[in-house]
Design a protein around this ligand. Structure first.
Ligand SMILES: N[C@@H](CCC(=O)N[C@@H](CS)C(=O)NCC(=O)O)C(=O)O
Length: 221
């Protein structure tokens, strides 16, 4: 396997943290996103045709993109307890929450970062989108994301982890992005007490430290 990583990109941290939890060594090639290496050949031709990081090249040559399928793959091929679930019901519950966290919160807040005036917005305008949200409207995306994060906070009160007492992929996905958005000045309000406790509970795990990013993005946002 070869993992195409970027030490500052939050999406790339999700499989890194997942692999650390599973005890999997990921041979890695670093892609320089700030230098737009992800939008040039060979990366955007032979590896990830969306020009995004991360990606995982399997031993058979197949390239797997998207962080959640990458984690699902690692979960199945690596030994040890599953971080998705050991029964149909557990797996369904983990996928349900991971999908809600991704669609309701991560994607919306990522839009805020894409459209907020910054070097990142300029890069998206150059490489990704013909249609951009007007710069003055970026904060609507943030407000929608925070409204949904507040809903998640209320729903999960009283639990240790997203799926109750099971630590899963859903916790890794939520933690990585709450941590990242907090560092780039898009954090949550202190009233979201479950989210805040979860951030610290998961942030204390060795896998969080092992996957620690260098937040170059903060300089570009
Ligand atoms: N849904 C995708 C998101 C990937 C993504 O947006 N990656 C960011 C880094 S965190 C990226 O490559 N941004 C550069 C770009 O889109 O030009 C996944 O799960 O892999």
């Amino acid at each position: 396997m070869l993992y195409f990583d970027s030490r500052g990109a939050p999406n790339a941290r999700v499989p890194r943290m997942f692999a650390a939890e599973k005890g999997v060594e990921l041979p890695t090639q670093i892609i320089d996103v700030l230098a737009a290496e992800n939008h040039r050949a060979p990366y955007n031709v032979e590896v990830n045709r969306t020009g995004r990081v991360p990606a995982l090249r399997l031993d058979c040559g197949f390239i797997l993109c998207e962080v959640l399928p990458i984690c699902e793959y690692l979960d199945e091929v690596a030994a040890g307890p599953s971080l998705i679930g050991s029964t149909s019901r557990e797996r369904a519950e983990t996928r349900m929450w991971t999908r809600m966290i991704d669609l309701l919160y991560v994607e919306r807040m990522t839009d805020a970062i894409k459209f907020r005036p910054s070097k990142i917005r300029d890069m998206h305008a150059t490489y990704n989108f013909k249609t951009m949200l007007p710069a003055e409207d970026w904060s609507f995306c943030r407000d929608i994301a925070l409204e949904k994060l507040s809903w998640i906070d209320q729903e999960l009160k009283g639990r240790d982890f997203v799926c109750g007492d099971r630590f899963t992929l859903a916790d890794i996905h939520l933690f990585v992005f709450v941590d990242f958005f907090s560092r780039v000045d898009l954090g949550h309000s202190s009233e979201l007490t479950w989210i805040e406790d979860h951030l610290h509970r998961v942030g204390d795990r060795p896998s969080a430290l092992a996957s620690q990013p260098t937040y170059w993005v903060a300089r570009a946002i």
